[in-house]
Design a protein around this ligand. Structure first.
Ligand code: SF4
Length: 406
């Protein structure tokens, strides 16, 4: 895979050695079991895959290059480049300004832009309407368009489904930048509808099977379908695509469920005419990180810590998986660990930042699961690891722990 120029301060000397060790032992990435980094009285179980993915590295390289190559120009990010507050603020520290927040609300009006400005498109991509707005101002967006190739792949899939006259059902978070961008691109070629989860998909299925009225459908899916989508005629031929960072199991269940609904309605003998049997469009990083987390779930551990931005979709799904087995704390940085007895964390269910006491069980040895999302610098994970170690006066040095990798 291509290598990128990433600022040194995002790297972790310790975790780089762990990752290099695993890559050397398993270059074809077949083994998803975790790595044990054993400090004696504290043991870390590190996921086989975590941290910066291809798309995030590409976005970081291009964004920092934009800063370097345009010292005399104003540089804007369309919205958060990736869902990691540290990385976004590092760019802001270098003078980069935001045009919109993560919900698409204006921070700097487009009317203030001129054709001399540089605009960076984030890894999630953007809508056709925004691309046109920028083009109309005369801004050239191709040079610093960091849209991930795996997001482009989803748009291509949507286009193919549209060319085959399928309506595109998008499984994604409706407010997420990537889903908004995908919806825009998909809508250009085919009627498109967003479903956010299994519950909504069941409601869609109920409507297809005549168990809900048109009025009920419109109320549930208001604002979620494209102008060309007609609830009376656009649900005869369906194809499913996904936001790249959804939970693999959910996506699979949604596709299977819709296929069953279409089978019930049109008969098994006609299913190929009514349901496009495609693979999901999750990206490789989502799959690898989730597969690695599943392997973590087979281990015994006392607590799990997941590091990443609180609005990061891929990270929140890792938290969801870890919660199946461990007491799990989702933290945005080491700053959330106030002391050995106090941690601030994000509760993905209530979507609130909360505080917990005694988050590290009184065990010797203590086993901590540690992982992070695809937009989290390894340096931030290392800080968490070192902070936890600092509470214990470990019996082994970092070198001794690294020497014990197997
Ligand atoms: S999580 Fe996947 S789609 Fe998103 S930037 Fe990374 S590789 Fe690209």
């Amino acid at each position: 895979m291509k290598t990128f120029e990433i600022p040194e301060f995002y790297n972790s000397p310790i975790l780089s050695r762990v990752k290099d060790y695993r890559t050397e032992k398993d270059p074809k990435k077949k083994d998803f079991s975790p790595t044990l980094l054993d400090f004696g009285n504290v043991r870390f179980l590190l996921a086989r895959h975590f941290g910066f993915c291809y798309g995030v590295q590409n976005a970081i390289e291009l964004s920092f290059r934009a800063v370097k190559e345009n010292p005399d120009k104003r540089i804007f990010l369309l919205s958060q480049m990736i869902h990691n507050p540290e990385v976004n603020s590092n760019l802001q520290d270098r003078g980069v300004r935001f045009l919109m927040d993560t919900d698409g609300k204006t921070i700097t009006p487009f009317s203030e832009l001129t054709k001399e400005d540089v605009v960076i498109i984030p890894a999630f991509g953007t809508t056709l309407a925004i691309s046109k707005q920028l083009a109309d101002i005369g801004i050239e967006i191709k040079t610093y368009d960091t849209t991930c190739p795996f997001v482009h792949r989803v748009w291509n899939k949507a286009e193919k489904l549209g060319s085959e006259k399928f309506t595109v059902i998008i499984h994604g978070k409706p407010g997420h930048e990537e889903t908004r961008a995908t919806f825009s691109h998909s809508s250009a070629n085919s009627p498109s509808l967003i479903v956010k989860d299994k519950k909504e998909t069941q409601l869609l299925g109920d409507y297809i099977l005549g168990k809900l009225t048109l009025e009920q459908f419109e109320e549930i899916f208001k604002g979620r379908y494209s102008a060309a989508f007609n609830p009376l005629t656009s649900l005869e031929r369906l194809g499913v695509i996904n936001q790249t960072t959804m939970l693999a199991e959910d996506t699979q269940e949604i596709a299977n469920y819709l296929k069953q609904v279409m089978t019930d309605k049109f008969g098994v003998e006609n299913i190929s005419k009514h349901f496009a049997d495609t693979r999901d469009t999750l990206c490789y990083a989502t799959n690898e990180n989730q597969d690695a987390t599943h392997q973590l779930l087979k281990q015994d551990a006392d607590v799990a810590i997941v590091v990443g931005g609180y609005n990061s979709s891929n990270t929140s799904h890792l938290v969801e998986l870890c919660e199946q087995r461990f007491k799990t704390f989702f933290i945005s940085s080491v700053k959330e660990i106030e002391s050995k007895d106090k941690i601030h964390y994000f509760d993905i269910h209530s979507e609130e930042r909360k505080t917990a006491d005694s988050f590290l069980p009184d065990k010797n040895p203590l086993t901590v699961v540690l992982t992070s999302g695809a937009s989290c610098p390894d340096a931030m994970v290392e800080e968490v690891l070192m902070k936890i170690l600092s509470f214990y006066g470990s019996t082994k040095t970092v070198e001794e722990a690294l020497a014990g990798l197997n």
